[in-house]
Design a protein around this ligand. Structure first.
Ligand SMILES: *Cc1c(COP(=O)(O)O)cnc(C)c1O
Length: 354
């Protein structure tokens, strides 16, 4: 057994940070100086290695390319006013990647490799964590199968990596979403609850069709009847109808978002009525028509709280209440961001401070 706790560090000869325009950060195109890599073979993980960010070489027969045995995570680190680096709830992502791994027949990742490796990597590149309010360091851990073998079976070898990218805001304005009633993101018993690479490939065509129609993203509905609201793009969806906050319950088709859980926790603390229940498209449209729909928004790490301004269902477009009037998403979303950036007290112990 290799001691996975000892992580090897090979530093970049020269930092690329001076080439980066931190005032105009695109999402996910700029990467920090270092990355983490570990390999799994013969039932064991190698010692993790932090090394200069760069290309990797793989076999053209690598099984993840052919059969999609590939999973990922996404989380963020923020810089507080006192220059601490705060990583938001990384242990949740560690637990979730291992649930994704189990579903895709992949090995679990040791806590030391995932969490201690991440902390060391982010600490080494801490100058890359932006200080600006809306900006953060996006952390992308991922694992893929590496057997050079075309047989369809679980791979025996894997690579786990973490790369990081300084990012600005994901969506810059409120969204126009279309309720998708033809294509499906996830079916019961499938892999919708896992952050499996193939889920995102399957969503690209329907999203592109919607975008060609002038819509930003989709609202996914259940695979069987296309009657119940599930997620919005790659975010969990929330709606305020009357004085109740609704979001879909965590079935095998819903990705259990860390933002979803954090938002619900803060909303519960604030005494807001919460129903983790499926909302039908009928109920949604009826609530628009009788003016009981107060707020619609998506929640996720990349977008944080993404307001939905317009909604298209069966060819008809509905305008939703003004974003400024939305008390729940504005107050809870604001509090959540303040906790992440160290402006509000983190009395849940959610932040890992470096
Ligand atoms: C990642 C993701 C989310 C949001 O999860 P967070 O942990 O809040 O970032 C929601 N839905 C889908 C489909 C996702 O991939």
């Amino acid at each position: 057994m290799v001691d996975t706790q000892e992580i090897e560090v090979i530093r970049a000869a020269k930092s690329k940070i001076s080439e980066v325009d931190f005032d105009n950060l695109p999402f996910g195109k700029v990467f920090s100086d270092h990355m983490l890599l570990a390999t799994y073979e013969n039932g064991n993980w190698s010692r993790g290695s932090i090394r200069p960010y760069g290309d990797i070489s793989v076999s053209p027969a690598m099984s993840s390319i052919h059969y999609g045995q590939s999973i990922f995570e996404g989380l963020k680190a923020f810089k507080s006013e006192s220059n601490d680096v705060l990583i938001f709830r990384p242990e949740q992502n560690w637990e979730r990647i291992n649930k994704s791994a189990a579903r895709l027949c992949m090995p679990s990742i040791p806590m030391e490799l995932f969490l201690d490796g991440m902390k060391q990597l982010v600490d080494l590149d801490r100058n890359w964590v932006p200080t600006d309010n809306d900006c953060s360091l996006y952390i992308r851990p991922f694992m893929f199968a590496t057997d050079p073998f075309l047989g369809v079976k679980p791979s025996d070898s894997y690579t786990f990596m973490i790369i990081t990218s300084p990012v600005g805001p994901y969506y810059s304005k409120p969204l126009h979403l279309k309720v998708e009633t033809e294509y499906t993101r996830a079916a019961l018993g499938g892999v919708g609850f896992a952050k499996a690479a193939g889920n995102y490939a399957a969503a690209m065509l329907p999203a592109k069709i919607a975008q060609d129609q002038g819509v930003d993203q989709l609202i996914w509905t259940d695979a069987k009847e296309h009657r119940f609201i599930e997620e919005a793009g790659t975010m969990n969806m929330m709606m305020v109808i009357g004085d109740t906050l609704y979001t879909a319950p965590l079935t095998s088709t819903i990705l259990p978002g860390v933002t979803r859980d954090s938002f619900l926790t803060l909303a519960r603390d604030a005494g807001i009525n919460i129903k983790e229940e499926s909302v039908s498209t009928d109920m949604l449209i009826e609530s628009i028509e009788n003016n009981s729909l107060k707020e619609v928004f998506g929640v996720g790490t990349a977008a944080t709280t993404a307001q939905v301004q317009k909604l298209t269902f069966k060819g008809k477009t509905y305008d939703l209440p003004a974003v400024e009037s939305r008390t729940i998403s504005n107050s809870i979303g604001g509090l959540l961001l303040d906790i992440k950036t160290g402006k509000a007290t983190d009395n849940k112990g959610w932040n890992t401070k470096l």
